[in-house]
Write a protein that binds this ligand. Structure first.
Ligand SMILES: [Ca+2]
Length: 263
């Protein structure tokens, strides 16, 4: 029973926040692995929710990883969190969101709140709870530490430009095992730059020192042949492969002969 009540209460604050986000999104719309390298925040003592992105810039189609950390967590420790991240949906897409295990390091149980995604307006909300172990047993303390890994977001660059990755101050919450919100919580945002692909990125298929007749031949060899179709050679229309390799694809590559790709 206790577990049920605890989970119910825990769900309540996530549910209310989720509802708030959805309402916010309606208003706004009117107008899941990289290396994890935690380090202590420079903030002076307050709990922190921190975004850390690597690499800071990438090319269209490449992957960028943002880690979500909670820093400066002391006793009685962390038992739940939620964040909402705003991003530029014309620059980035979400490929995956996965969760860290630090929240459950003291033996509390894992309850994951699946992401509530509103990709088209560039907002995603997600979180985790660490419930008591069993009915009538409040369980161990929450997780503590200078830097707890909460989640990993895998982005993919879809067009050239910049995107802030901003935590919503109204949604970001850290909770202790008594379901009390930790306050104040400092927020550290992040940023991503996506660069356009060069002609060599797109048309130097054999990765030698130039775009030349060999590359043209590699496209031409697949001309109107479904069995040999490969999206890598479906270069026209640009960034919008049409499922057929024809004279327009060959012409696009031929028009770049000879382009040096030497470093
Ligand atoms: Ca094509």
């Amino acid at each position: 029973m206790y577990l049920c009540i605890a989970k119910k209460n825990a769900y309540r604050w996530l549910g209310l926040s989720a509802m708030f986000v959805l309402i916010s999104l309606v208003i706004v719309s009117g107008s899941v692995e990289g290396a994890i390298a935690p380090h202590k925040s420079e903030s002076a003592g307050n709990p922190v929710i921190r975004l850390e992105t690597d690499p800071a810039s990438a090319k269209i189609g490449e992957t960028v990883i943002t880690q979500v950390y909670a820093d400066n967590l002391s006793s009685p420790g962390l038992s739940g969190w939620q964040v909402s991240i705003q991003f530029n949906p014309s620059i980035l897409e979400i490929d995956d969101i996965s969760y860290g295990t630090d929240l459950f390091s003291t033996g509390r149980q894992d309850v994951v709140v699946l992401p509530i995604r509103a990709d088209l307006v560039g907002q995603v909300l997600f979180g985790q709870l660490a419930a008591p172990v069993s009915a009538g047993n409040p369980g161990p303390d929450g997780a503590t530490g200078s830097s707890l890994h909460l989640a990993t977001i895998q982005w993919r660059g879809i067009s050239e430009g910049e995107s802030d990755l901003n935590l919503s101050g109204e949604i970001a919450k850290l909770r202790d095992i008594n379901n009390q919100a930790l306050a104040p919580v400092d927020l550290i945002n992040s940023h991503v730059g996506i660069e356009a692909l060069s002609a060599c990125d797109m048309y130097n298929f054999n990765a030698d020192d130039s775009i030349n007749i060999i590359d043209v031949g590699m496209v031409a060899a697949r001309w109107m042949d479904d069995d040999l179709y490969d999206v890598m050679f479906d270069v026209a229309p640009q960034n919008a492969p049409d499922g057929v390799i024809n004279i327009t694809d060959i012409a696009v590559v031929a028009s770049r002969v000879v382009t040096s790709c030497a470093l």
